[in-house]
Write a protein that binds this ligand. Sequence first.
Ligand SMILES: [Zn+2]
Length: 155
Amino acid sequence: MPKRKKVFTKPKVRAKKMKEARQNETEEQWENRRSNNRERMKKLRKNQTDQTRSRGRVELQAFHYDCKKKYIEHPNVIIGKMDTICKYCNERKFQGETAGMCWSNGKVNLPPLNIPPPELLAYMNGETPDSNHFLQNIRRYNCCFQMTSFGATLH
Ligand SMILES: [Zn+2]
């Protein structure tokens, strides 16, 4: 049997309906609703552990560091193994990564990089005697020339 699609009501419509329903409830209904809510929240709080209570607030934990807490086991910290394959770029990604993290959920489609000119490709592939020096120092050279721009006037 095919799954039925859930129909969600817009929050504003839902809030309006709730407001109307609450305006029409009797004193007894109001007290029952409040009592049920109190009991439900009491149960929720009773079942919460320190870890579930602080879920979603990892960033503030740094200001209240407790050496007894195992922060590494916090659900927001565990992102799993890098064994999931992205359906957009076929690269490996962490289990905890959302679909939107890569290529913005398929909205972004980057063209493949251009093949570098043959001279540069020879350095990158180790085909010249200077390749080792190039590969070991390319970051330094890049840092030196990153703010320069090349220009030429041809006659
Ligand atoms: Zn991807």
